[in-house]
Ligand binder design. Structure first.
Ligand code: HEC
Ligand code: HEC
Ligand code: HEC
Ligand code: HEC
Ligand code: HEC
Ligand code: HEC
Ligand code: HEC
Ligand code: HEC
Ligand code: HEC
Length: 415
């Protein structure tokens, strides 16, 4: 058990660190305000658990007695020492389990594998250490919306350095990741819709360095969430070809920070096709691209024809809900067909689009029948109107005829 653990129970007592630092005011008192919301404080830890020293002496103003190196006072760590400073607890499973039985204690060992950790070890103090991402006095769990590592706050936290051109000028990397991310499908989903299923920076890069960029496992990162695309890609001819050429997998076609909503125009031989970037006319890749696009377009036009007929029938008050269900299912097939682009197999796509074609043909048929029925009902209505008119005219003539034969007398009218 670490010395820190033994001291934890003492922290309940009145602390001279707090008493004196409050008196000193300003910067020396600021940590106390911050600590009120800190996870460490909630666990009963206090100043001396991190900084060392003796909080039971020094109430008389003797700061040396309290902040005494003999009593373990270590003061504030240098930037290069911060990981070790935090890790003396966070890498000690025996100590940490007393507070939380399921806590992980791998932050430091992972951090050492990241670019940040490696460069810090070489003495580069501009990289991120524990306190740059978590703060100092006022550290919160990631679940707390005010935490610097809460998913929605992550881009800002990384952006303190990565979006600061001047700060990053010594390094040969761009400073546009945050800007690009904000406009990407992922950034919009996370930051605008608050959809936490979408990745923040750390979901792709790892919290502490599990998946540093450049590692072959970045492909698995996309695949963790986009399972189907990943499986199809891995079975496709691109897998081996991209590996051989040293091309990143998903990123080659979709990018990384500026990922956009893909469109059908990305497949085929048109101007926006990405297939033609690598495949020459008449090659197998090219022919496949064209065939795939045709499948998708054929299904889309069949669906839109069916949809317009069904909608027309519905507006006229016909019961067409079954056809609408079929069109919804056809739409699901279209979505699946777009995923099968990643297989590069026209037959695999056809299996899906044909199902969609069948459903939209059935919907189309229902739409046609509904409109025919409507036509029939309208004709029926017209015929009955004519019959009613004829009857009405007949009745009118009859009344007139009777009136002529028996005109009303004035005396009758008065009674
Ligand atoms: C009697 C007053 C007093 C007591 C008790 C006291 N401090 Fe301080 N502390 C100060 C003053 C004054 C300074 C600033 C001057 C200095 O750094 O020597 C300071 C500075 C610090 C610093 C910053 C050191 C640096 O290098 O900038 C830390 C950390 C600190 N104290 C922690 C503690 C802890 C932990 C305790 C309790 C174990 C404690 N203090 C108890 C008065 C006190
Ligand atoms: C979780 C560990 C931790 C706890 C608990 C903690 N500190 Fe600190 N403190 C640090 C670290 C790390 C630094 C250095 C920050 C840096 O360099 O960015 C620091 C810096 C300081 C400083 C230097 C000025 C500053 O704000 O950077 C003072 C003074 C200080 N702490 C006092 C305290 C007092 C008083 C308490 C109790 C109320 C306390 N600390 C609790 C980790 C802690
Ligand atoms: C004296 C031991 C100790 C030191 C030193 C320490 N911590 Fe902690 N820390 C703990 C304990 C105990 C917990 C509570 C564990 C829990 O509830 O999961 C904790 C919790 C945390 C959490 C929240 C974990 C979660 O479950 O979300 C973070 C983040 C954290 N510490 C970061 C730091 C950083 C950064 C430093 C260095 C500046 C540091 N700690 C220094 C003991 C320590
Ligand atoms: C580049 C930013 C960054 C650095 C540097 C960093 N962390 Fe973290 N840390 C995170 C993120 C992000 C999370 C997870 C948030 C989540 O769970 O969504 C996290 C989570 C944690 C947790 C909660 C338990 C866990 O592992 O998920 C602890 C404890 C922690 N960090 C401690 C540390 C310590 C100690 C260091 C220094 C050795 C450190 N962190 C360095 C970003 C960072
Ligand atoms: C305190 C400033 C700072 C913070 C905060 C910070 N970084 Fe960094 N980061 C750096 C510096 C400096 C480098 C070194 C640049 C290089 O690789 O040459 C770096 C490197 C990286 C690299 C490696 C780039 C490469 O060379 O391929 C990645 C990835 C990275 N950071 C991601 C993040 C993420 C994600 C966050 C937030 C969770 C973050 N950083 C927070 C300063 C920071
Ligand atoms: C969807 C996954 C994903 C997300 C989200 C993401 N990145 Fe990246 N990032 C990557 C990939 C992939 C690379 C390229 C890795 C390679 O090829 O070496 C990369 C590269 C980087 C680099 C190296 C320099 C560069 O631009 O190529 C930095 C720094 C970086 N990312 C920081 C961030 C920050 C900060 C965020 C949050 C705003 C973020 N990333 C969000 C996947 C992601
Ligand atoms: C943490 C999970 C996660 C990771 C990791 C992830 N994504 Fe996503 N991605 C999502 C979510 C959720 C959405 C849906 C966002 C929305 O609602 O628009 C999405 C959307 C997309 C879209 C747009 C889909 C569409 O129909 O508009 C593409 C393309 C995409 N991601 C590619 C990637 C690539 C490439 C990577 C790896 C570099 C990656 N994703 C990593 C969760 C993730
Ligand atoms: C050869 C280029 C290429 C590669 C490599 C690639 N994609 Fe795609 N991806 C596309 C095209 C083209 C579309 C658009 C299909 C359409 O809308 O008709 C697309 C669409 C998507 C979509 C939206 C449609 C859907 O399935 O929901 C996601 C998500 C996606 N890709 C993820 C990935 C992931 C994850 C990887 C890596 C495993 C990857 N892609 C690799 C070209 C590629
Ligand atoms: C970054 C370049 C690149 C892009 C973009 C790309 N491919 Fe490929 N593709 C290759 C390479 C390299 C091969 C393997 C060598 C070859 O057969 O041309 C390959 C192979 C293929 C094959 C197998 C060919 C065979 O001979 O068996 C098909 C089919 C294919 N690609 C279709 C597509 C489609 C469809 C797209 C667009 C969605 C696309 N490719 C986008 C580079 C690319």
């Amino acid at each position: 058990m670490s010395v820190w653990a033994q001291e934890a129970s003492e922290s309940e007592k009145k602390s001279s660190c707090i008493t004196c630092h409050l008196e000193m005011g300003d910067e020396l008192a600021a940590p106390i305000e911050g600590m009120k919301e800190d996870v460490h404080d909630r666990q009963g830890l206090s100043c001396e658990d991190c900084h060392g020293g003796d909080p039971t002496v020094g109430f008389d103003g003797d700061m040396e007695a309290s902040m005494d190196p003999e009593k373990g006072y270590i003061g504030i760590p240098k930037r290069t020492e911060i990981p070790q400073f935090c890790a003396r607890c966070h890498s000690d499973p025996n100590y940490m389990r007393r507070f939380n039985p399921r806590v992980s204690t791998d932050q430091l060992s992972r951090y050492k594998t990241s670019t940040h950790g490696k460069l810090l070890e070489q003495g580069d103090t501009k990289v991120a250490t524990c306190t740059d991402c978590h703060g100092v006095h006022g550290i919160r769990t990631a679940k707390d919306a005010r935490s610097a590592v809460y998913p929605l706050n992550i881009p800002e936290t990384c952006g303190q350095c990565h979006a600061d051109e001047e700060y990053m000028q010594d390094y040969r990397i761009p400073t546009n990741q945050i800007e690009e991310f904000k406009q990407s499908v992922h950034g919009m989903a996370l930051l605008e819709k608050g959809d936490q299923a979408a990745p923040a920076c750390n979901d792709c890069h790892g919290n502490h360095g599990a998946n540093p960029p450049g590692a072959p496992s970045i492909a698995f990162v996309c695949g963790q969430c986009h399972l189907n695309n990943s499986e199809l890609f891995f079975e496709s001819p691109h897998k081996e070809a991209f590996d051989e050429m040293g091309l990143p997998e998903c990123e080659t076609c979709h990018g990384n920070h500026a990922i956009e909503h893909p469109t059908d125009a990305m497949v085929g031989a048109g101007e926006q096709s990405i297939c033609t970037d690598c495949h020459e006319e008449d090659s197998k890749g090219y022919v496949t691209a064209v065939a795939m696009r045709q499948q998708i377009e054929k299904l889309k036009s069949q669906m839109s024809l069916a949809d317009s007929l069904v909608t027309k029938a519905e507006r006229a008050g016909m019961q067409v809900s079954e056809a609408q269900f079929k069109l919804n299912d056809a739409d699901d097939a279209l979505i699946k067909a777009r995923t099968t682009v990643h297989s590069l197999s026209v037959s695999q796509m056809s299996a899906v689009t044909e199902e969609g074609m069948k459903l939209s043909e059935e919907a189309l048929q229902t739409g046609r029948e509904a409109l025919a029925e409507l036509q029939f009902r309208r004709k029926g209505l017209a015929v009955s109107m004519v019959v009613i008119c004829i009857l009405a005219i007949g009745l009118y003539m009859k009344i007139k005829d009777v009136d002529k034969k028996h005109p009303l007398r004035t005396s009758d009218k008065l009674t």
